[in-house]
Structures are given as C-alpha cells and as structure tokens.
Design a protein around this ligand. Structure first.
Ligand code: A2P
Length: 345
C-alpha cells in the first residue's frame, strides 16, 4: 500500500501544462486522481494521459474540491485569482507564475538548491523564473564551495517562455519570411523569426526589464544571500524551447576552471558538455527535451583574477518550469510534507 494524491493541473493546455502532464506520467507520480483545468476556451477538449482521454474542465471553485495538490501554470492573474481559494479548500499550490515568488511567506524552491525551504510553506510554493532556475543549477554548487560575489548574466531566451502560442507564432513567422511575406506578430511585439530583441517584459525606472529583475531578486532569495551583486541582460532569440545563458562569475577567491569542472561534474541536474578540440559546447537544440542543464565553456575570466565564465543551455519548459514543479511535488511527497488524502493499493 502506498500514498497517492489527487492532483489538478491549472493551465493544462499550455506549453508548461502539457509538459506537466507528460512528466507526471513519465515519473510515475503517485496519483489517485488527475484533473485538467484551463479556460472556458478549452471546454470540450481532451488530453491523453497514460492511454486515457481526460476532458479539460473550465476552472471554477468547485473544481478544487477533493484535490490535494494543484500545479498551476496559467499565468499570474489566474494564479492571483485562484491560489488563496485553492489553499482554503485544503490543497497545496505549486505556482509557476511570478505572482507570489517574492512574497516572504512563500518559499521559492529549486529542489537541488534549497529543498529545505519547501517545508515552510503555508499553502503556496512558488516555482522560480526559468532563466533563474537554469542559472541556479550551475552557479549554486560553485557558490557553496567559494562564495560568489557578483554575477553578470546574458540570456538568449527561446519563444517557449512566452507560451505555446508564442512558439506557434515563430513557426508561422518563419514560414512567412521564407515565402517572401511580411511576418505578423500578435504574441510578441516584433517578429522573432530571423530576429532577436531585448526581453519584452515591462521596464523599470533603471532600465531593467522584469525578466532581468527576476534573475536578480529570485536568485538572491533562492540562495539565501541578499548581498550577491547580480546584473542581467535578457534577450529573446528565435529558438523554440531551450534557453541559453552566458554567465560571468566573480568569487571571493580564485576558482580555477578545473576545480569548477570537478564540482559541476557531480552536481545534481547538471551535465558538463565540453569538447575543446571540436569547439563543441551546449546548444539549445541539444538541451531541448532533456532534464539536465548543459554547462560548458568554463574558462578563466582574463579580466579578473577571481572571475570565471561559463555557458549553459537548459530546456525552459522542462527544468525551467514543469520539471522543477514536479520535483517540488516529489519533494513534498518524499518528506511527507504533502498530506495524502487517499491511499491506493
Ligand atoms: P486555454 O488553452 O484554455 O487558453 P501558455 O502559457 O502556453 O500560453 O498556456 C496558458 C495556459 O493557461 C493554458 O492552458 C490556458 O488555457 C490557461 N489559461 C489562460 N487564461 C486562463 C484563465 N483565465 N483561466 C484558466 N486557465 C487559463
């Protein structure tokens, strides 16, 4: 006999939602029941799960009755509208939106970095921003050995970060351009196919966009180090689903690339990808669909004695979102933080 859980996916039809569904199946999450929720636009649709067609239900208060865990990925406003109501109904919410990430009462969790934070939840656990999760996986193991003082990150972010419709838009734009037509943009402000532009999230008074500030603030919260100096430049690139990041690190004392390789070689969720003879390093194409963050091109920063440069690629939908959320759910089960309300044979 083992415990099993009644789970709902809020935003089941989206890019992250469909991946959540796949991961629950692939990783054999102990399910007693699975509900798929989306907007009324998806009413009547069905999604396949372990050979069974599950109907999509429109989100409503009743939909959260008899649910132990909600994996939410339907955008910030939907999370803000529903999270508290879900908690009042007795379920735990793992929220993929940015709605609660910086709330001091809400743990922001990357299981490989700060699993202990999950136990402090009061109903909501936030899944960090995708670029932040990918960076944390590569930087935290080094930070544990020698404190990182400053991080300079430059990101090359795929369309998937803006959802399934954005991915579709890039494909349609690419076809239009190849056919000699004007590309149309509805999800993004400008054509992304055969183009790139600074991340299209709102800008603050200092000229940083929201995505860049997420990397700054969320990394500090996850690492539990408010004093790390972080700056980022986030850019959208015409890649479908994996993000890339060039990261420059300044440590408290010199950190050799060899030392960093030894550490990252055994760090959970990280895979070293480096063949210097062939100039072969992580690529978003190869990171797509994979669980690990691919890290390589680790080299001494020639401009600073305590500096290190590295390059990484990670699947934005998987470890950057859905996989991290499912790993948090697994952590709750493993540590008996999530109350089982049903028992399966
Ligand atoms: P729907 O497909 O019915 O619009 P993505 O991030 O890939 O764009 O996906 C967003 C997900 O969030 C989809 O499953 C979408 O459902 C869902 N969603 C968007 N708005 C709402 C809402 N107001 N209530 C419930 N689900 C929503």
């Amino acid at each position: 006999m083992s415990n099993s859980y009644r789970v709902a996916i809020l935003g089941a039809t989206g890019a992250v939602g469909t991946e959540l569904l796949e991961l629950l199946s692939e990783r054999n999450f102990p399910l007693a029941d699975l509900k798929l929720l989306a907007s009324p636009r998806s009413a009547g649709k069905k999604l396949l799960f372990k050979g069974e067609n599950i109907p999509i239900e429109p989100v409503s208060e009743d939909a959260f009755d008899n649910v132990d865990l909600v994996l939410a990925s339907a955008g910030g406003s939907t999370s803000k509208a529903w999270a508290q109501k879900i908690v009042e109904k007795g379920a735990v919410v793992i929220d993929n939106s940015s709605a609660f990430r910086m709330n001091p009462e809400v743990p922001l969790v990357v299981p490989e970095v700060n699993p202990e934070a999950a136990a402090k939840h009061q109903g909501i656990i936030a899944n960090p921003n995708c670029t932040t999760i990918l960076m944390a996986l590569a930087v935290y193991p080094l930070h544990k050995v020698k404190r990182v003082l400053r991080i300079v990150a430059s990101t090359y972010q795929s369309a998937s970060g803006a959802g399934a419709k954005a991915m579709e838009e890039v494909k349609i734009q690419s076809q239009a351009i190849l056919n000699g037509q004007e590309p149309k943009s509805e999800v993004f402000p400008y054509p992304l196919a055969f183009n790139l532009f600074p991340h299209n999230s709102p800008l603050n008074d200092y000229g940083y966009c929201e995505e860049e500030m997420k990397m700054v603030n969320e990394t500090r919260k996850i690492f539990g180090s408010q004093d790390i100096r972080i700056t980022a430049t986030c850019v959208r690139v015409p890649v479908l689903r994996a993000h890339s990041e060039a990261i420059n690190l300044e440590f408290e004392s010199p950190f050799s690339p060899e030392e960093a390789r030894v550490i990252l070689n055994t760090s959970p969720g990280v895979k070293l990808v480096e063949d210097w003879q062939k100039n072969y390093f992580p690529m978003p194409y190869e990171a797509s669909g994979r669980d690990e963050v691919l890290v390589g091109r680790i080299r001494q920063d020639i401009s600073h004695p305590c500096g290190l440069d590295l390059w990484l690629c990670g699947d934005q939908i998987r470890k950057g979102a859905a996989l991290n959320a499912v790993q948090i759910a697994e952590l709750l089960v493993e540590k008996s933080i999530l109350k089982p309300q049903s028992v399966a044979v």
